[in-house]
Design a protein around this ligand. Structure first.
Ligand code: 13P
Ligand code: ZN
Length: 269
């Protein structure tokens, strides 16, 4: 069967990278059943022949107007599709969409008419802001990391910057690779416009956002970069929880050690 990847090695490489990350999410135990979703802005890999590709079906509403995405292209995981299947057969478990000229709807163009993830509004709203800000980040990842979701079940961790400071203090690399920390979005209905709007707002201050009692949402220069940030934060959460399981509350790095790190890595705050 013909694929949009045929004769487009740069696009194929990007899709392979996305599939590799989908496999990691499954292996990490963060992607039960169809849990989680990935979208990648693939506009830069497109050409004239793609612009002429017909829509597979009628335009579908995004749920909001995204003026900076008109004519852009995204690879999206399909709704109800499994990460572990996306890893092996990306073009059967996701599709490439084109944002219509109204900025409020999209059409599927390749390879198969796989309906995009139910979280498409969150993903596209964030991509719109990235494009508007001239940001080179092209990938967004939502997944269900067990430790971070567990921690979101108590108000003790949901106060402003409480979890960020706790996680930073567990191992030096956390602040180095997630310097703006973890924002919190109070529980919202999955797939809702409210969830998308809150996610976008929180990402203006933080690298990664925790959706209370649900999962995380990360942005990256590519899909690997988005994955790395979630991985680093989850590692810190595991260290904290292992210490608690061993029967003690971990000390965490001292304020002096944190400040030394911040200076050495030239980090904000
Ligand atoms: P989709 O299968 O629609 O991508 O939904 C998975 C999910 O995690 C919703 O938050
Ligand atoms: Zn989810």
């Amino acid at each position: 069967m013909k694929s949009i990847l045929d004769g487009r090695p740069a696009l194929a490489r990007e899709i392979n990278k996305m599939a590799e990350v989908a496999g990691y999410l499954w292996q990490k135990g963060w992607a039960e059943r169809n849990g989680g979703n990935i979208t990648v802005n693939v506009t830069e890999f497109m050409d004239e022949a793609v612009f002429d590709m017909p829509a597979m079906g009628e335009p579908k509403p995004i749920g909001c107007v995204l003026p900076h995405l008109k004519g852009s292209y995204f690879f999206c995981k399909g709704t109800q599709k499994r990460m572990r299947d996306l890893a092996r057969w990306p073009m059967e478990n996701g599709s490439v969409i084109r944002i219509c000229d109204d900025g409020a709807s999209y059409v599927i163009i390749a390879d198969e008419p796989v309906t995009p993830t139910s979280e498409v509004t969150s993903h596209l709203m964030v991509h719109d802001a990235l494009v508007a800000g001239g940001n080179r980040k092209n990938a967004t990842v939502h997944t269900h990391p067990t430790e971070l979701v567990s921690m979101s079940h108590t108000p003790a961790f949901l106060g402003k910057d409480v979890l960020t400071n706790l996680l930073w203090s567990m191992i030096p690399e956390t602040k180095a690779f997630c310097p703006r920390g973890l924002g919190i979005v109070p529980y919202k209905m999955p797939g809702s416009l409210e969830l998308a709007e809150s996610t976008l707002a929180e990402l203006s201050d933080y690298d990664v956002v925790l959706w209370e009692k649900h999962g995380v949402f990360a942005v990256g220069t590519d899909v690997m970069d988005a994955f790395d940030q979630i991985d680093v934060l989850t590692k810190a959460a595991q260290i904290y929880m292992n210490a608690r399981c061993m029967g003690f509350v971990p000390d965490g790095m001292t304020q002096e050690q944190m400040q030394e790190m911040t200076r050495a890595f030239n980090l904000p705050k």
